[in-house]
Design a protein. Sequence first.
Length: 68
Amino acid sequence: MRCFFCQYNSAPSFKDIENLGKFLTARKKIVGRERSNVCAKHQRKLTKELKYARFLGLLPYVSYQGIK
Ligand SMILES: [Zn+2]
């Protein structure tokens, strides 16, 4: 599969929590490029936007919810 953001001709944004959430693991860590299939350009932007979203309190830094 191609890069998610290239595929939809979009770029990651800190406001788009729903899509950013797809690139977080169950523990809310950022999914690596090998697993997310995001291209280098978008992965860089994604990491930046995710960190900004965390800074704003839109996304948690860590979560143990749903972990057994
Ligand atoms: Zn891309």
